[in-house]
Design a protein around this ligand. Structure first.
Ligand SMILES: [Zn+2]
Length: 180
């Protein structure tokens, strides 16, 4: 997990504003950590009295105007991501197809990724921080940590006897060779 970066905003604003901070993950996603999410799970922010969804704002200031009636799609399926390279203009229909696909792939990644589980398990971040970073619920973090802890326990208890038996094998081999 990368360090905290500040999102560059070219326009000087009249009113006080909260700077945007993000963490780059292994997928290259800029996970926004400075602002909270709306009901739909998108990061929300305010600039000069206007409310934006952070990914739309990111697109707007880096790539330009968003044509009316069109929306900004996350190519990475990560709603917290504000990396302009992961954003693309699309239609509602395309967005719906993305959403349908993400439902299938998300299940698989949560189920399969042992690396992610290990990362979650070893991380010093709080559950709240992890939930924000990985864009999952608190329950998912807690359950994943508990499951991984059990896996580690099983692994350790399996490893122990095999190490011991290796040692005894080696001892036997040394004894046998010393006899010759
Ligand atoms: Zn992304």
């Amino acid at each position: 997990m990368g360090q905290v970066e500040k999102f560059v905003e070219p326009k000087p604003y009249k009113y006080r504003m909260i700077p945007i901070y993000y963490i780059i993950d292994d997928c290259g996603c800029y996970n926004c950590i400075s602002h909270s999410k709306d009901r739909d799970g998108y990061i929300k922010l305010c600039r000069d009295g206007k409310f934006y969804r952070a990914h739309r704002y990111s697109y707007l200031i880096t790539k330009g105007e968003i044509p009316k009636g069109l929306l900004i799609r996350h190519l990475c399926n990560n709603k917290s991501c504000i990396n302009p390279d992961h954003l693309e203009i699309g239609t509602h229909r395309e967005n719906y197809q993305d959403w349908k696909k993400s439902g299938q792939t998300k299940k698989e990644t949560i189920h399969l990724s042992n690396e992610l589980k290990e990362e979650l398990y070893n991380s010093n971040c709080t559950i709240e921080e992890l939930a924000k970073i990985y864009n999952v619920s608190h329950t998912t973090i807690i359950k994943t940590r508990a499951k991984f802890r059990d896996q580690v326990k099983v692994k350790r208890s399996k490893d122990k006897p095999s190490i011991a038996s290796d040692k005894t094998k080696r001892k036997k081999a040394i004894k046998a060779s010393s006899k010759i």
